[in-house]
Design a protein around this ligand. Structure first.
Ligand SMILES: NC(=O)c1ccc[n+]([C@@H]2O[C@H](COP(=O)([O-])OP(=O)(O)OC[C@H]3O[C@@H](n4cnc5c(N)ncnc54)[C@H](O)[C@@H]3O)[C@@H](O)[C@H]2O)c1
Length: 174
């Protein structure tokens, strides 16, 4: 499948480091919504671009298993850490990031991709509970993840690269 605009932006960042490909091997990518269509495509693209360590977070354990299967088939050298957690739960997210850092030691690329869609109704017909759910996951949940990513990126030693940024932080939003 195509990666869409977001994927191309991400690819642009990765291509910016093509003279330092060997550094990618030691880099860690973290993706939310890694069981979904775009998150899975981003994980596979990271693997194609030579990133060796990939952590994928999602509420869907079975979806993460499928992402792991596809990665194993296409890039058997990649280490994939599936993390089942609900983004809207602060404690689960803190635990999830601890798992990632305990396993891989750092986070270099963060792609905050997971989100849910609100029901397709006009605002006049919209329900407050649906509005709250979307805000809790898409806004607050994304922020919980961003905050942990930035905390980790700010405290880790940057990798030396010839070109391009030492870390990439990227959030999707509708
Ligand atoms: N696919 C498109 O054409 C398109 C276009 C524009 C924007 N987007 C946006 O891109 C993002 C991903 O799109 P997609 O098509 O891959 O969607 P998707 O529904 O296939 O994937 C979203 C993933 O997020 C996960 N998720 C939902 N709630 C969660 C929670 N509370 N905690 C953790 N994970 C949770 C789901 O389990 C799912 O695997 C979304 O933000 C979407 O709105 C997609």
């Amino acid at each position: 499948m195509g990666l869409g605009l977001e994927g191309y932006v991400l690819k642009y960042h990765l291509r910016g480091e093509q003279n330092a490909d060997h550094m990618l091997l030691h880099r860690v990518a973290f993706i939310t919504g890694a069981a979904g269509a775009l998150g899975r495509a981003v994980a596979l693209q990271f693997a194609r671009d030579g990133v060796k360590y990939i952590a994928g977070l999602d509420v869907s354990q079975s979806g993460l298993s499928e992402t792991a299967r596809l990665l194993r088939a296409e890039a058997p050298d990649v280490e994939f850490l599936p993390v089942t957690a609900d983004m809207s739960d602060e404690e689960q997210i803190q635990g999830a990031f601890k798992q990632v850092v305990d396993k891989f030691g750092r986070i270099d690329y963060a792609v905050n991709n997971a989100a849910i869609a609100s029901p397709f109704v006009t605002t006049g017909d919209a329900d407050t509970a649906d509005f709250d759910r979307v805000q809790r996951i898409n806004l607050k949940g994304t922020w919980f993840c961003e905050r942990e990513e930035l905390r980790q990126m700010m405290k880790q030693k940057p990798l030396v690269v010839k070109r391009g940024p030492p870390s990439v932080f990227y959030s999707l939003s509708d």
